[in-house]
Design a protein around this ligand. Structure first.
Ligand code: ZN
Ligand code: ZN
Length: 146
């Protein structure tokens, strides 16, 4: 994990600083999106302060190592950009029951065709629905009722 974080910083010629490494390591460990607060929580007691985390995330976003995903709430969610193409992010799926967001990195979507004069920077798809876990739970409840 440590090695990978170092490599990522090297690939965009960023100096290795403790906050950058800590944030990248945290994002490397997870397969879902994290808010700034969740990143701090996962780093633990040694986490850099809010301002530093924010500033570091901005630098990582600038260098395209990290992507920001826009979900329905106003909180920013961050993840490593390595799952995504340059212009296209994998779809995100938010479960309406458990509110968990899943990265659907395994499926590919087509870029929409835009009207003339519009150019795409990045396409993001956000799907609402019921995740497999919650579907199983619903079924179990139905059986209990019968
Ligand atoms: Zn769910
Ligand atoms: Zn994702």
């Amino acid at each position: 994990m440590n090695h990978r974080a170092t490599e990522l910083l090297g690939s965009v010629h960023l100096r290795q600083t403790e906050p950058r490494l800590a944030i990248l390591r945290t994002l490397l460990k997870t397969d879902t999106l994290l808010t700034q607060e969740q990143i701090a929580e996962q780093i633990g007691p040694d986490a850099p302060n809010k301002t530093t985390i924010y500033r570091t995330l901005t630098q990582l976003l600038d260098k395209n190592l990290v992507h920001q995903a826009y979900l329905d709430d106003r909180t920013s969610h961050f993840e490593l950009a390595h799952h995504c193409g340059e212009r296209q992010c994998h779809p995100h799926f938010t479960c309406v029951h458990c509110k968990q967001t899943h990265c659907l990195t395994g499926i590919s979507t087509q870029l929409v065709e835009l009207p003339k004069g519009f150019s795409v920077q990045r396409q993001q798809i956000h799907i609402d629905g019921v995740c497999p876990n919650c579907q199983t739970m619903n079924k179990t409840k139905e059986i209990e009722r019968v």
